[in-house]
Write a protein that binds this ligand. Structure first.
Ligand SMILES: Cc1cc2nc3c(=O)[nH]c(=O)nc-3n(C[C@H](O)[C@H](O)[C@H](O)COP(=O)(O)OP(=O)(O)OC[C@H]3O[C@@H](n4cnc5c(N)ncnc54)[C@H](O)[C@@H]3O)c2cc1C
Length: 377
């Protein structure tokens, strides 16, 4: 029996922290998870209705086994909580033939025998007539993709963690932590806690909590917007896919129309890299709408209705845009997951499992070799 009240403390209850708390509780660990804001808040990275999940992973084939495991765990969480979280929906990657994104999709699909369909420019227009891309573009359609309801996923992990005995405290910011060989101590604005293990899943605030070990992390403002269409029936998910388009103006992505807000569209990256979340402009600017409308005007002209919703969200970036999931370089009893670089949410179900493995055993059988922190510190 551990001398501590808790076996593990998790700092940050967003996508990754909620999943870690859930998995640790499932394993019978006594977990305390601390969140600085109200649960389900919109100041971090895990809000905005939906997230894409796809297997033909253009960022690197190493992610494919992890995303397959993530799919299983999302379905498992759906069953345990009796809630719908993941909707299957094809994902169309669009780019010129020399697009690194298109090349990346092809490589991952080939390496893992994932069924994808290649569409020439004319075929792309025939299959999806609402898109306007010239003959120099092509598409790769992955039917085994889908999207997650992001807030519902976090809430489901939280509910499952609490059901299994975890203590989750929101509105309690962690101001500092320390670790020695025997234990970890966490100081919040309200109390001081000790445990055998610490897990840091602080999203955009990870750089601050990791101090000199987190100086490589940057945050980036991202804006998602929902626009009315000329005819929502043309953008239903049975006829219109998720899409990611690599254009000379940058990467843009979007979703079918899922509710009365219309079509969700956003640019991926394309904003300055900052050090602190406090530097982020939280209000919507005229340029945000102008950027999205310029993309829509050129490539999806039937999405030209009023803007019905807009939201600011944060990416936490590593220099190579790959994740950090590892033990802390100075403390074997501290695990961390950060720098998801704008593509991490889909993995949160499996990241919870990895973090629980790292906390329990100091290692995991899941393939996380690419995500070591030592490549930066
Ligand atoms: C606009 C947008 C679109 C995206 N699209 C996709 C997509 O389609 N597919 C995909 O897979 N990924 C996507 N992502 C990326 C994905 O959402 C993130 O990688 C993921 O949500 C990161 O989760 P996290 O747990 O690291 O961060 P968060 O969810 O932000 O959680 C961190 C939590 O830690 C808390 N915290 C921080 N410091 C403290 C402290 N000192 N004390 C207590 N609590 C603290 C924060 O308040 C926060 O709740 C997108 C991200 C954005 C912004």
């Amino acid at each position: 029996m551990s001398p501590h009240l808790f076996d593990a403390i998790v700092i940050g209850v967003g996508g990754m922290g909620s999943a870690a708390a859930c998995e640790l509780a499932r394993r019978g660990r006594r977990v305390l998870a601390l969140e600085q804001f109200a649960l389900g808040h919109d100041r971090g990275s895990s809000h905005g209705h939906t997230r894409i999940i796809r297997k033909a992973y253009y960022e690197h084939p190493d992610y494919v086994p992890l995303v397959c495991r993530a799919f299983e765990r999302w379905y498992d969480l759906e069953q345990r909580q009796g809630i719908h979280l993941l909707t299957e929906c094809p994902c169309l990657s669009i780019g010129r033939a020399d697009s690194p994104m298109i090349a990346g999709v092809r490589i991952s699909a080939a390496q893992y025998h994932l069924p994808v369909e290649e569409l020439s420019g004319p075929e792309l227009r025939r299959h999806f007539p609402v898109f306007r891309f010239g003959d120099d573009y092509m598409g790769v359609l992955e039917r085994s993709a889908g999207f997650l309801y992001v807030e519902d996923c976090v809430q489901a992990h939280v509910c499952e963690a609490v059901r299994l005995g975890a203590t989750i405290q929101d509105m309690e910011p962690v101001v500092s932590w320390e670790a020695n060989e025997r234990e970890v101590t966490v100081q919040t604005t309200a109390d001081r806690y000790t445990a055998a293990r610490l897990i840091i899943t602080a999203g955009p605030w990870a750089g601050q909590l990791l101090a000199q070990r987190g100086t490589f992390l940057r945050v980036m403002r991202q804006v998602v917007q929902w626009f009315g269409t000329r005819d929502d029936r043309l953008f239903r998910r049975d006829v219109f896919p998720l899409y990611i388009a690599d254009t000379p103006q940058g990467h843009f992505y979007g979703f079918p129309v899922l509710n009365a807000n219309g079509a969700k569209v956003a640019q991926h990256y394309g904003a300055p890299e900052l050090i602190y979340p406090s530097e982020i402009e939280r209000t919507i600017q005229p340029q945000d709408e102008a950027t999205a409308r310029a993309f829509l005007r050129e490539h999806l002209p039937m999405i030209d209705g009023p803007r019905r919703r807009a939201s600011v969200c944060l990416y936490t970036l590593t220099p190579d845009r790959h994740f950090v999931i590892d033990l802390h370089p100075d403390h074997a009893n501290v695990a961390l997951a950060a720098g998801f670089s704008g593509h991490g949410f889909k993995f949160s179900s499996v990241v919870g499992e990895i973090l629980a493995d790292l906390a329990d055993h100091g290692c995991t059988e899941l393939p996380i070799g690419r995500f070591g922190i030592k490549r930066f510190v």
